[in-house]
Design a protein around this ligand. Structure first.
Ligand SMILES: Nc1ncnc2c1ncn2[C@@H]1O[C@H](COP(=O)(O)OP(=O)(O)OP(=O)(O)O)[C@@H](O)[C@H]1O
Ligand SMILES: [Mg+2]
Length: 468
């Protein structure tokens, strides 16, 4: 992020700063200081106090203190003056996200927004200010009536979404591991903290223009000339809305618009617009939160993601010991063998549900009898693995085959020596990295050296089914 000559100068494009400073001066009883003006402009650009602190090279506490002791109180006085009420009875600035919203309602936002990506497009004042009917829009509603634990994951993700104000959270992991269910559970637990919620699945590869039009329509901010706008222009309108309103947006099954046959992270032909949408939602300041689920860690997310960044990725793993609740729910017997069953299927809830049905059909629910067959049965889970395997590049397929044929976990150098195709080590590293981003590799340390392996179900699929 760059620091402009006058910090957060972009606020002047979208806000009537002069009258705002003037009126705030009256509400304060003296002119705002340059620092107060600067932090206020930062908020109006959609930055959080910690992002403002980063850009101004000061501590986050310094910014927070200045805002809460002075700027927020002055804004409350201003609103109270307008409403002819006591400050304590008028709107209160509960946190930084309220500032653009309240000042917009007070009439300080410029109605004709410049630089929307499509010159001259306008967003009417009413359309920005008004909230969608019902406040929630789901195109598909995952059933989470039976949902076990994931307590620590939920606590962490809640912290990312609410306390850390992350702009984008990517939940990635193998098919069936529970990404959609986890996202839905998280959404139910945090949606009250947001003004509205939009859930869209990309599984059927919706056209980006249609998707954005549909979302803007729901948000009541579709510009009248939307049919003439490019998808970039529609993205600009969406981001402007998300700067003023704190919304929760979920895009489920993002892998559907990513391409196969090459290394991970590229968009399918015709779906590059999604790349721009997701990149801009990550990079441009706004006060909303976007949750993405995908088989693959997204390339955009990895550029500016990290523990202190507003974009974070979380690899969703199997349920582990918590899977026992699924086996209880499925009424399987031989509880003493459940650990073995869970580890064979890496706690993948979908795989366990599929296998539970087979255990009932063939062995009357006896896990011991099923395990005594000494074979890892994949059943319909095979088809899900097939979907993931067919996305791999030829080199990824060869590498995963080499790993599957090795009985124990394997180092990068071992893979390099076992591979028959001529490849430079740096290329091999890119291939292994891509497989890992697709959640297909397990990584561990052996004698301080990184070793790679496959989950048992993936290994079985690669060995016996991938060539069918
Ligand atoms: N915590 C959980 N408790 C109980 N069941 C769960 C849990 N998580 C997932 N499941 C069940 O496991 C199945 C797969 O879950 P889900 O659809 O969320 O996986 P996914 O990772 O989104 O899969 P895909 O990659 O195919 O979209 C569903 O039937 C879901 O209800
Ligand atoms: Mg899913």
């Amino acid at each position: 992020m760059t620091v402009a000559a006058e910090s957060f100068a972009r606020a002047a494009q979208d806000w009537h700063l002069k009258p705002l400073y003037h009126d705030l001066g009256i509400a304060k009883g003296s002119e705002l200081t340059e620092t107060e003006k600067k932090y206020l402009r930062g908020l109006l650009c959609g930055y959080s106090p910690s992002e403002i602190a980063q850009q101004c090279y000061v501590g986050a506490d310094t910014v927070r203190q200045c805002l809460s002791k002075s700027v927020y109180r002055v804004i409350e006085n201003l609103i109270a003056n307008q409403l002819h009420e006591q400050a304590s009875q008028a709107a209160q600035v509960k946190d930084w996200r309220w500032v653009p919203r309240l000042l917009e309602q007070a009439g300080y936002r410029v109605q004709e927004l410049a630089q929307t990506g499509d010159a001259g497009q306008t967003l009417s004042r009413n359309s920005v200010a008004s909230l969608p009917q019902g406040h929630e829009s789901w195109d598909s509603q995952p059933d989470i009536s039976v949902f076990y634990n994931r307590t620590s994951e939920l606590a962490l993700l809640k912290q990312w979404a609410l306390t850390d104000s992350c702009r984008t959270i990517v939940l990635y992991g193998l098919g069936g591991v529970g990404k959609t269910a986890l996202a839905a559970k998280l959404v139910y637990e945090i949606k009250e903290e947001f003004e509205c919620l939009v859930w869209r699945s990309l599984r059927n590869q919706p056209d980006i223009q249609a998707l954005l039009t549909n979302i803007l329509e729901f948000l009541n901010c579709l510009p009248s000339n939307s049919s003439q706008l490019t998808s970039s222009g529609l993205v600009s309108h969406l981001i402007q809305y998300l700067q003023v309103h704190r919304c929760l947006l979920v895009f489920d099954d993002v892998q559907a618009i990513l391409s196969g046959g090459e290394l991970s992270g590229k968009y399918q032909e015709g779906f590059e617009g999604y790349g721009e949408l997701l990149r801009r939602l990550e990079e441009e300041p706004h006060q909303s939160c976007i949750i993405l689920t995908s088989w693959e860690k997204l390339r955009e997310a990895s550029r500016i993601s990290g523990p202190d960044m507003p974009v974070r990725s979380y690899r969703v793993e199997g349920l582990g010991d918590e899977s026992k609740s699924i086996l209880t729910h499925e009424k399987l017997s031989d509880e003493n063998c459940w650990d073995e069953l869970i580890s064979a299927y890496s706690g993948n809830p979908l795989a366990l549900r599929i296998i539970a049905a087979t255990i009932h059909e063939l062995f009357d629910g006896s896990v011991a009898e099923f395990l005594s067959q000494n074979t890892l049965f994949l059943g319909d889970f095979k088809y899900l693995l097939h979907q993931q395997f067919k996305r791999l590049s030829p080199m990824e397929q060869e590498v995963i085959m080499v790993i599957s044929q090795h009985n124990a976990s394997i180092t990068l150098s071992d893979i390099f020596e076992s591979i028959t195709t001529e490849i430079r080590k740096s290329e091999l590293m890119a291939v292994v990295n891509s497989l890992s981003r697709r959640s297909l590799l397990e990584q561990a340390k052996r004698d301080n050296v990184t070793v790679y392996s496959l989950q048992p179900t993936v290994e079985k699929y690669v060995k016996y089914h991938s060539r069918q």
